[in-house]
Design a protein around this ligand. Sequence first.
Ligand SMILES: Cc1cc2nc3c(=O)[nH]c(=O)nc-3n(C[C@H](O)[C@H](O)[C@H](O)COP(=O)(O)OP(=O)(O)OC[C@H]3O[C@@H](n4cnc5c(N)ncnc54)[C@H](O)[C@@H]3O)c2cc1C
Length: 405
Amino acid sequence: MVNHILIVGAGQAALQAIDTLRRKGFTGQLTLVGEEPWLPYQRPPLSKKFLSGGMDREKLLFRPQTFYAERSVQTHLGRRAVEIDRTRQSVRLDDGTSLGYDALLLATGSTPRHIPVPGANLRRVHLLRNIADVERIRADLANARSLVIIGAGYIGLEVAGTVRELGLPVTLLEQTDRVLSRVTAPAISAFYESEHTRQGVRIVCGTQVRALEGADGRVRSVECEDGSAYEADVVLVGIGVGPRDDLAQAAGLECLNGIVVDQHCRTSDPNIYAAGDCTSHPSIHYGRRVRLESVDNAFEQSSSAALNMLGTPTPHDKVPWFWSDQYDLKMIIVGLSQGYDEAITRGSPASRSFSVCYLREGELIAVDTVNAPKDQMAARKLVAARARPDRAKLTEPNIPLKDCL
Ligand SMILES: Cc1cc2nc3c(=O)[nH]c(=O)nc-3n(C[C@H](O)[C@H](O)[C@H](O)COP(=O)(O)OP(=O)(O)OC[C@H]3O[C@@H](n4cnc5c(N)ncnc54)[C@H](O)[C@@H]3O)c2cc1C
């Protein structure tokens, strides 16, 4: 019998779990622990409107304090969970408080990777994950003459776009031969490279950072292996994230590139569940384990976890989707393209509205859309249905994607 549910980590997944638990009739004790001082808030605007100063901190919150009070959620904010005692079913916080649980949900998210080079700890070198990070970056940008971003993934490109709109010179350094190389096909990379270049971002691909050089403890330039150097008043490191699974590991839970959970979001301890960025979970659709960093995944997985904690078996089995906003471009990615053997572009990138369909042995496994909402809607259905579209039709943008079978 579950009388007390404890949630560790107060982000997207936590909010969704609280909402689902109370909507589905859980009347027991509900406790939320978060190391940040804020109620759960949205992270996507951190690299966009909140960074540019176009959005207040309060607007980031998913729900106001009253939402939690009305649902009798006991909150411990600004408190980190430091130890799980699985035998006593309790969690110790960094102020010594001990909280018991019948079921525990780990929703600890992910953490940005540091760059392992000399000078990484200089002042004005930043990572970007939370409100405090952005407030520090904004303060440094206010009197800066140049920004260098290391890493041309989503965060790097989104920040480049936002900061260019503020008028500051931006250089983007990427070690692979193209932007977004980890997640998209060359056609999408080429498109985003040309858009950012047009907006004045200097993009340098195929370059490996060797060191950050500074003076008076503050970064001044970024040096690369080939001897090139880039002046930098501020540096943002955006080279990916890793799962926050330290707490779970210390408690002896199985972890492998994230907290290992089953389809029902249960960890190797039947009383402990996990959801969101921190998990490695089985994707039935793709037939392999995945670790996803997206709002959609945190939302869907924690909804399932909540139902499973209440005794309603609910597998987490959705085709994932992601989005990225840069300038006036909305990219929506449906599915996972890794392992594709053919990528077909629909429409012309020059029109700034096009899609790339990824096939593996004829099956549509993923679709990236740029300003193409109709393709995006159709893609969700077709990818989930394991559709095998007609290649000739796919290349013809006048034929709606939904009719390309
Ligand atoms: C700048 C930025 C832009 C993004 N843009 C997009 C986007 O456009 N589209 C998209 O789909 N996704 C985007 N994402 C990703 C998305 O925000 C995450 O996938 C989502 O927030 C994951 O939710 P979560 O609940 O798993 O983790 P989080 O939202 O990260 O919440 C985890 C919380 O747990 C806390 N915590 C960790 N360990 C402990 C502990 N031991 N004790 C107490 N608290 C702890 C953390 O401090 C954090 O507050 C973006 C992320 C960032 C950082």
